[in-house]
Ligand binder design. Structure first.
Ligand code: GYE
Length: 352
């Protein structure tokens, strides 16, 4: 009887042990059977525990790009901003974006804050050419690569930035000048030109002026009789053109460093009872949609294209720099020129 009772106890213990083992095993097999829930669990755990979050690849490897934009002064700039934001999102980057309202001090502040935040790469379109060495040196010392887009700096030390992606503004000025020289090749009398310059001290204003002057100087009768900045904006373009019209009776040509200033000037010309594109020949640079509309209506006679869609090239450069690849010091964007006739044809295809 004792034997029977003993083996009865043993059996009971065995059954209890088996139950415990099955219960544990059941839990384990549940975890294994459900990969989706087991994948979700560690992600939550990583957020809670800093030691585990160091191993979280997706969250930690997201590239941070600090972009210090010039402002929102023109149609070109809006298209450029959109291109940068969309391309950064497509590339899966964490974009920190700031608008400097055309002020260098704001851009410098933004760059310093990106350095502090230890972003992976800094990019910016320098509002003016000079005065960047100190802040660029700070970025270099912090080991953060800088990519210039759209506008160049005049720093002698080119090791302060990795590359400059943007247009050849001197060439744009030359293209504008060449068209004008050709248009007036049979004209013997004086051709009076007024010029609306971009932001004083900016690369596009300096270079577009230089390229234009270089090409028209061979024709002695092509004369720039007035030249002033209108800061790349429509409002200023209108204001300065009004002043030009008041001070000069015989204006034959307007050369505007961008479409927006030309569009503002067109309002002033019309208000003065003159026909833009006929009484005054108009050349501008950029090729944004509103510029194309004016050109297709014959109000702008010639547009030199400047491409604002720099986002994809910038993101590519960021990836290349972080991958340690060698990239060219200068990446030039491709662009064309358009007469009123071309503008009419091209208008439906214009993206910006
Ligand atoms: O032409 C003008 C803008 O830097 C190329 O800036 C850019 C210029 C562009 O405000 O419209």
């Amino acid at each position: 009887m004792i034997q029977v009772r003993k083996s009865g106890y043993m059996l009971a213990i065995l059954v209890i042990l088996m139950l415990i083992v099955t219960a544990c095993g059941g839990n384990n097999s549940n975890n294994n059977a459900s990969p989706s829930s087991s994948a979700a669990a560690p992600a939550q755990g990583e957020k809670a525990s800093p030691s585990e979050s160091a191993a979280a690849p997706a969250a930690d490897k997201k590239v941070t790009l600090g972009f210090a934009q010039v402002g929102a002064e023109s149609g070109w700039r809006s298209a450029n901003t959109k291109s940068v934001q969309e391309s950064a999102a497509e590339a899966g980057f964490d974009l920190k974006f700031s608008d400097a309202q055309q002020k260098q001090e704001n851009q410098i502040k933004a760059i310093r804050s990106y350095i502090q935040q230890k972003v992976d790469v800094i990019s910016f379109s320098p509002v003016v050419e000079s005065g960047w060495d100190t802040v660029l040196k700070e970025a270099k010392d912090a080991g953060i690569p800088v990519i210039l887009t759209d506008r160049a700096v005049d720093s002698k030390d080119t090791s302060l930035y990795v590359t400059f992606i943007g247009s050849d503004f001197v060439e744009e000025g030359r293209r504008a000048g060449k068209w004008l020289v050709d248009k007036f090749k049979d004209e013997k009398g004086d051709v009076n030109i007024v010029e609306l310059q971009g932001t004083t001290g900016s690369a596009p204003a300096i270079d577009r002026k230089a390229g234009f002057e270089e090409t028209i100087k061979s024709s002695a009768n092509l004369k720039v009789i007035a030249s002033q900045t209108a800061e790349f904006t429509r409002a200023k373009g209108k204001e300065v053109m009004q002043a030009f019209l008041k001070a000069n009776k015989d204006i034959d040509v307007l050369y505007a460093h961008n479409d927006d200033m030309a569009l503002g000037a067109i309002q002033a010309i019309e208000a003065a009872g003159l026909k833009p594109g006929e009484d005054i020949i108009i050349i501008s640079i950029d090729g944004v949609k509103d510029g194309f509309v004016a050109a297709s209506e014959g109000k702008i006679n010639f547009i030199v294209e400047c491409n604002p869609l720099l986002g994809p090239q910038l993101m590519q450069a960021v990836n290349d720099v972080l991958a340690g690849k060698e990239i060219p010091k200068r990446i030039v964007t491709e662009e064309g020129v358009f007469t009123s006739e071309d503008a009419k044809r091209e208008l439906p295809n214009r993206q910006y």
